[in-house]
Design a protein around this ligand. Structure first.
Ligand code: ATP
Length: 598
């Protein structure tokens, strides 16, 4: 490892970023976890000061760092910003290669296609010197802060340009990985935490605060008293273990008092109320202040305790149809299924049964805005609001038949599945050991085969970078040969996928940036962002895929077809079926209606 600073416990801020880059290179190449861990330890002991571990650790675990805002630089924006920062023309071959990073290109090494940092490094290599600019960890953090706080792309581009002058390609490649928040080091967050301090993971789970963990746990040999959750600090959520069927679930919870709940299809949300201040934390502990608009008053007025943490799901409620809707429309509704903090105490150590009692006392439900999910909580509370047909949302199960019946009813009413919970269990941050179980429907084949035609393809990333890995599918419109598309990716083995792709390759027409309109016989909605990377030029040369899907369909806004399939999967390739025998829209709609019972 480079040794720009070798005295024990030197200042982390003054340590050169190149030292950290050596650590990254070493860890990513090393196979065994114990050697990765000990190198990390050595880095901390040699190059960091205990008073400031955070400066380095936030660069090693960038996805857990919440001290600076988001960069707003996903691959596509980052590509253009880097191109501008280098003063290149956006039409130059290198620029296009980066913009089309998934596809690769004539000069891209095959293995790099689909790996953004590597494609970017290839481009930078031809423009950057070999020598490190000597940027320190402290300086890098300052520049990253500046990047996150920049309000427009011109400012971001200027910061990237500074970074480029202060680094070499190796360093820049790792900075890009830090920006994308994925270092691919092959060492788990758990291992890094354990090596750092035996109590680091626990403390992080209850605070989601990396800075605090680094500051409180400076001395590895001094144990930290287990900390409880606090209002205002996100806590990593309790999770559910997947089970295959009702029998397996019942067996797993044998002898326990069990509650079954509907599995809502929204976003996990943790609501922290502190007087008039309300925060909404997502599953990856981002603070969603946008929910505050319209929701906070309801929380302040109807959560009867001054300080409280609710655990639940954020959904969208369709006010005209009186039912849950898709995201992006209508108004948010919070469905609280648990309570973690009341008054001045954490209640996660109490049983679920006791917590549900508290939930009932503390939260006053507001129809269509704030609901609580507890058994026997009155009509409003335990039925989905709105339609009389909606099933019960929460029920005590006494036997496996209760679970099966509840599951069937819930699925028929288009919920995602069910969650089973041990009523005697505590709520544990980040736990997925089986106190909560989830049961979802298996893929159900529609009454007859869904045989659809491949009309386009999308390049994959990683292992399948530069090769088509997903297909765009079409239905026929008879008599006019229009195609209605739907994207599908999984179900085929690598070998099967390779065969289909090589058969179709001669007919691929690249849909280069900026993406053009489809060939005339394909009909896609105009505002659709779903443009494939390649179109199949001649549908009569294409191949039919038989797909299965969750038969509960949702109406489609993205695609031109009237319905969109949920969770489609390729079942098999129909080399035996001529292209024009693919399913048509009319038959598809009939199929959907019959499976939905209309
Ligand atoms: P999935 O993709 O199946 O939602 P996941 O990995 O996001 O799974 P799991 O821990 O497997 O998360 O399942 C728990 C998730 O289910 C919760 O994070 C929450 O968002 C959602 N959920 C919906 N309804 C409930 C409920 N009644 N109780 C608990 N979790 C629920």
């Amino acid at each position: 490892m480079a040794s720009s600073s070798s005295s024990s416990s030197s200042s982390t801020e003054q340590t050169k970023f190149s030292v950290l880059v050596s650590l990254f290179n070493w860890i990513s190449k090393t196979k065994t976890s114990s050697r990765k861990r000990s190198k990390f330890r050595k880095f901390l002991d040699t190059f960091c000061s205990p008073s400031d571990y955070f400066s380095a650790i936030r660069l090693i675990l960038p996805n857990l760092d919440r001290e600076r805002g988001t960069y707003g630089l996903k691959e596509s924006v980052l590509a253009v910003s880097l191109i501008d920062a280098l003063g290149m023309s956006r039409d130059s071959p290198d620029a296009l290669k980066l913009i089309n990073w998934r596809k690769g290109g004539p000069k891209t090494t095959g293995a790099n296609a689909g790996n953004f940092p590597l494609v970017a490094a290839e481009m930078l290599q031809r423009r950057q010197g070999m020598a490190s600019g000597g940027v320190t960890i402290g300086e890098l953090n300052e520049l990253l802060d500046k990047l996150a706080s920049s309000e427009n792309r011109a400012e971001k581009t200027a910061v990237l340009a500074t970074l480029i002058t202060k680094t070499n390609t190796q360093e820049m490649k790792w900075i890009i990985m830090i920006l994308l928040k994925d270092l691919k080091l092959g060492i788990s967050e758990k291992s890094i935490f354990h090596e750092f301090h035996p109590d680091a993971e626990d403390l992080f789970n209850v605070t989601c605060d990396l800075k605090l963990v680094c500051e409180k746990l400076k001395d590895r040999n001094q144990r930290h008293k287990r900390q409880d959750i606090e209002v205002g600090k996100a806590v990593r959520p309790q999770l559910a273990m997947r089970v295959s069927d009702a029998h397996a679930a019942w067996k797993k919870l044998h002898g326990k008092e069990v509650v079954v709940e509907c599995k809502f299809d929204g976003d996990r949300i943790q609501i922290h109320k502190n007087g008039a201040e309300v925060h909404y934390f997502s599953r990856n502990f981002l603070d969603h202040s946008e929910y505050a608009h319209g929701m906070s008053d309801i929380i302040v007025q109807n959560v009867l305790d001054e300080r409280c943490i609710l655990d639940g799901e954020m959904l969208v409620w369709d006010t005209s149809l009186n039912r849950f809707a898709e995201f992006g429309s209508n108004q948010e509704i919070d469905v609280a299924f648990d309570i973690l903090y009341v008054g001045d105490t954490s209640v996660i150590h109490r049983t679920l049964k006791e917590r549900q009692e508290l939930l009932r006392k503390v939260v006053k439900p507001v129809k269509g805005r704030l609901e609580i999910i507890v058994p026997d909580g009155g009509l409003n509370a335990h039925r989905l609001p709105g339609s009389e047909r909606e099933p019960c949302c929460s029920l005590i199960a006494y036997n496996v038949d209760d679970i099966e019946k509840f599951f069937k009813e819930t699925i028929e009413n288009r919920a995602e599945g069910i969650v089973l919970k041990d009523l005697g269990s505590k709520w544990e941050p980040s736990d997925r050991s089986g106190k909560w179980l989830k049961l979802k429907p298996e893929y159900i084949r529609a009454g007859s085969d869904l045989d659809v035609l491949i009309i386009g393809g999308y390049y994959g990333s990683g292992r399948r970078g530069g090769e088509v890995a997903q297909f765009l599918l079409g239905l026929a419109e008879r008599p006019a040969p229009n195609m209605y598309p739907r994207r599908v990716g999984n179900g085929l083995s690598d070998e099967e996928l390779d065969t289909v792709v090589s058969k179709l390759k001669p007919y691929f027409r690249k849909n280069e940036y900026p993406k053009k309109s489809p060939p005339s016989f394909y009909q896609v909605t105009n505002n659709s962002k779903e443009r494939p990377d390649v179109w199949i030029e001649n549908p009569d040369k294409s191949i039919i895929l038989s797909i299965t899907s969750d038969i509960r369909t949702i109406s489609s806004e993205v695609f031109a077809a009237p319905y969109n399939l949920r969770f489609p999967r390729i079942d098999r390739v129909r080399y035996d079926k001529p292209w024009h025998e693919c399913l048509d829209v009319q038959s598809f709609v009939e199929l959907v209606n019959s499976s939905n019972g209309t």
